[in-house]
Ligand binder design. Structure first.
Ligand code: 3EB
Length: 375
């Protein structure tokens, strides 16, 4: 057989939908033709707003410190095709044949508290409502993954924790648009950053959401160690959080797994409230359980812990080294992780970990099939 190993094609095994993390300065130094292929970016930096976003590229900017590096971090998703940009209401979006990415920023100051709804609740409802309208309009019906960032997530106002207010608005929008609020719901995370106190910086306090949608249904994955978040009991708020533990996207040669923000929760209860090492281990047990569920559905290609690209949200800066050491022990030297200082949505959670892993089938798999037919 002429066909041997497809060394040349192995370079293409990278699955674009997994994204790449790099420093913002590395991104800024990329050639224009490369930047043109970018679908969307997340910028995590203390001075998130000091950088002008690239025109036409949805760019999520949140003020979070990268604890593991001097520079700020940027997560970049590219397109294999020629993406098209647009704006709809407050959403900046960009899409190709397969995927749509969008970023929406809504300052809470746009909304007035009324007897029914707090400003954050209205902002969440409005943001998700705009997202669903856009998905309908552009025919990307399936929401795969959502990243939710808001100021002071654990603070209380109007007699309710702000995360609880967010959950009310989010679920109302799902219901209003006839979307499922259980089972078939996106993977997600919800994190807080410190609000900027000065008036002139109050824009930084905006509810900031990024989302990825597609045209094929993703498989929603739950964790057998945990009660589904959409079935949490009322003690965590009148409306449950609308997200699944992971979503598995299979499209063409790509298999991509988005693992939601994962914490030291078993059943619905926070475990080890004051023990950061135990919380890290418990969180990784949850990630292993979600990964095992995903691998059962994947067939021949399995993902391993060391394949995952992690983002670790750390509540207290001082815990960073401890958490990193624990993760190294659990995952091994191949650990790929970015550590961000952030507030996690339950006050007793010291960390939350999300992960992405993608795989693009090798050409050799299909050449194997071809040669069988050829013989
Ligand atoms: C948890 O398991 C931790 O509200 O979208 C993780 C991922 C968490 C997503 C969300 C919240 C969310 O409940 C918190």
């Amino acid at each position: 057989m002429e066909k041997t190993d497809n060394g040349g094609l192995m370079a293409d095994r990278k699955c674009f939908l997994q994204g790449i993390k790099m420093s913002i300065s590395t991104y800024l130094n990329q050639p224009q033709h490369w930047k043109n292929s970018v679908l969307a970016m997340h910028w995590y930096t203390v001075d998130a707003l000091q950088y002008e976003p690239e025109k036409g590229i949805p760019t999520l900017r949140v003020p979070m410190t990268d604890l593991g590096a001097d520079d700020s971090i940027c997560h970049v998703w590219q397109s294999r095709g020629t993406p098209i940009s647009g704006q709809y209401d407050a959403i900046n979006y960009r899409y190709d044949d397969d995927y749509l990415f969008g970023v929406i920023v809504l300052p809470e100051t746009l909304f007035e508290a009324n007897t029914d709804k707090t400003p954050l609740q209205q902002a969440a409802e409005c943001a998700y409502s705009q997202i669903f309208s856009l998905l309908d309009r552009l025919s990307f019906p399936y929401l795969f993954r959502v990243w939710n960032y808001m100021a002071d997530i654990n603070a209380h106002s109007f007699g309710m924790e702000r995360y609880v207010q967010f959950n009310l608005g989010r679920q109302d929008a799902f219901l209003a648009h006839g979307r499922d609020i259980e089972g078939n719901v996106p993977a997600a995370c919800a994190l807080g950053f410190e609000s900027a106190l000065s008036e002139e910086n109050s824009d930084q306090n905006a509810l900031t959401i990024s989302f990825l949608a597609g045209r094929v249904e993703a498989q929603c994955i739950e964790n057998p160690r945990q009660i589904s978040a959409y079935q949490y009991p009322q003690q965590y708020g009148p409306r449950s959080p609308t997200f699944s533990r992971a979503s598995l996207v299979k499209l063409g040669l790509d298999d991509v797994l988005f693992i939601s923000g994962t914490a030291s929760i078993v059943g619905h209860t926070t475990l080890h409230p004051d023990d950061v090492i135990a919380q890290t281990r418990e969180t990784m047990e949850n990630i292993k359980a979600v990964l095992a569920e995903a691998n059962r559905r994947l067939g021949h290609t399995k993902f391993e812990l060391s394949d995952l690209d992690y983002t670790v949200y750390v509540r207290h800066n001082d815990d960073f080294e401890t958490i990193r050491k624990e993760l190294m022990l659990c995952v091994g030297d191949g650990l790929k992780a970015v550590y961000l200082q952030a507030n996690v949505c339950r006050h007793d959670l010291l960390l939350e970990i999300e992960a992405i892993v993608g795989h693009r089938s090798t050409y050799s798999d299909s050449s194997h099939v071809d040669s069988e037919h050829a013989n």
